[in-house]
Design a protein around this ligand. Structure first.
Ligand code: ATP
Ligand code: MG
Length: 229
């Protein structure tokens, strides 16, 4: 038997209000695979990521992530699904009223961690992974945009996710900082976590090549770098 896919979407239909946004979209992602999601503004990239995160329901077709049936998932199972996903969304930013460590601790406690020592250890590990082990005491506003995005990535890593969903993670960053963030995501990918990242930044896609999937007309299509993006 071939290795089981981590994510498998087959002919899914996803609506927002009454509008069909994804209409027969299919995508298979293997463990450890890095995939760029491209497509025009409003094509449905965020919609796709939200359907994997069970933030939007799949109306038709089949969706599976690991052991979860995304189409029939029950409300009480959603936190367990989300523990296997690291989320880097623009509308999912740091809490501004507390330090970096307190931000990370908040997520661990909310996902069932209780042992103080283990919590501190895990926080140190993820901060080290993103190269910010000395910044834990800082408030979010004391960090640069790139540093804040690294903290958001460290937060996504807390529960050792099988896949990271990143919605335009370099969108608000200058080119050099964007390259540093993508390098970090690629390292995380090389360590075995799948990454599905939406982006409009074709310069980065060209510089850091990986599989490319385009959202167009409600469907998903594999793209080659040599084609004009
Ligand atoms: P962008 O590149 O601008 O981020 P996108 O590819 O992520 O675009 P989506 O945000 O998935 O696109 O939006 C797809 C479609 O869904 C758009 O036509 C949009 O108008 C619609 N849409 C987005 N958010 C909502 C919402 N909250 N309620 C209803 N429709 C929405
Ligand atoms: Mg979007």
């Amino acid at each position: 038997m071939s290795e089981q896919a981590l994510l498998s979407l087959q002919n899914i239909i996803v609506k927002r209000e009454e509008n069909i946004i994804l209409n027969g979209a299919s995508l298979v992602v293997q463990p450890g695979e890095f995939v760029y999601l491209i497509g025009r503004v409003g094509s449905g990239k965020s919609t796709l990521l939200k359907s994997i995160y069970a933030d939007l329901p799949i109306s038709e077709g089949e969706g599976r992530f690991g052991d979860f049936d995304l189409k029939h998932i029950k409300r009480k199972q959603i936190p367990f699904l989300r523990r296997e996903l690291g989320i880097i969304f623009q509308d999912f930013q740091l809490l501004t009223d507390r330090s970096v460590v307190k931000n990370l601790e908040f997520v661990l406690r909310a996902t069932g961690w209780k042992d103080k020592k283990l919590i501190q250890k895990r926080i140190s590990e993820v901060l080290e992974q993103v190269g910010l082990e000395s910044k834990g005491y800082k408030m979010p506003h004391e960090l640069s945009g790139g540093e804040q995005q690294r903290i958001v990535i460290s937060r996504a890593l807390l529960n050792k996710p099988k896949m990271i969903l990143a919605d335009e993670p370099t969108g608000n960053l200058d080119p050099i900082t964007g390259e540093q963030i993508i390098t970090l995501l690629r390292e995380i990918g090389d360590a075995g976590t799948s990454i599905l990242m939406s982006t409009h930044n074709y310069a980065l896609v060209k510089k850091f090549p990986a599989r490319i999937v385009k959202v167009e007309g409600g469907k998903l299509q594999e793209m080659q770098l040599k084609q004009d993006l």
